[in-house]
Design a protein around this ligand. Structure first.
Ligand code: ZN
Length: 158
């Protein structure tokens, strides 16, 4: 990655951290999952409002490091209006971005999420970046979903 791109990526992350998108509760949310990364102190709540199989509204609340907040902010921005199937596919793409060996290419359709790709070099930070995504997966997968997910509940989870 060249220096200009790295600077751009840092700027994207800092911007999402300074002005998180969709940072509020949804009173009539269909799903609400708390996500906790005790190793860093990131604590988020993810809210989804579903109509049929579409995410008509999505938001989050909480506090954490810049990586966790930026990742959650990008997640909500990307998935508002998308279907549950599209959200599940994006979860897999993002998960691959952080964990697959060898690393997948950072393609243009990742958009701003590409800014998080460099995080994979820092395993502690990967937990920050994936926290909201694990909350998303929990919110989409179970009926009813678990009330909370944590980075430390499963051996080897990333
Ligand atoms: Zn963190």
């Amino acid at each position: 990655m060249n220096g200009d791109l790295r600077e751009l990526y840092q700027e994207i992350i800092l911007d999402h951290n300074r002005r998180p998108r969709h940072l509020h509760a949804i009173a009539d949310a269909s799903r609400r999952v708390a996500a906790d990364n005790p190793l860093c102190g990131d604590q988020l709540q993810l809210y989804l409002k579903l109509e049929a199989d579409r995410i008509v509204d999505i938001s989050f609340e909480g506090s954490g490091c810049a990586i966790s907040i930026a990742s959650a902010s990008m997640l909500t921005e990307r998935l508002k209006g998308k279907t549950v199937q599209e959200a599940a596919a994006l979860f897999e793409t993002v998960h691959d971005l952080f964990t697959r060996q060898p690393p997948p290419d950072v393609t243009e359709d990742l958009g701003e999420l590409g800014a998080l790709a460099g995080v994979r070099r820092y395993p502690m930070r990967v937990k920050c970046a994936t926290l909201s995504w694990h909350a998303l997966k929990a919110a989409l997968s179970d009926e009813p979903p678990p009330a909370a997910v944590t980075t430390e509940s499963e051996r080897g989870r990333s």
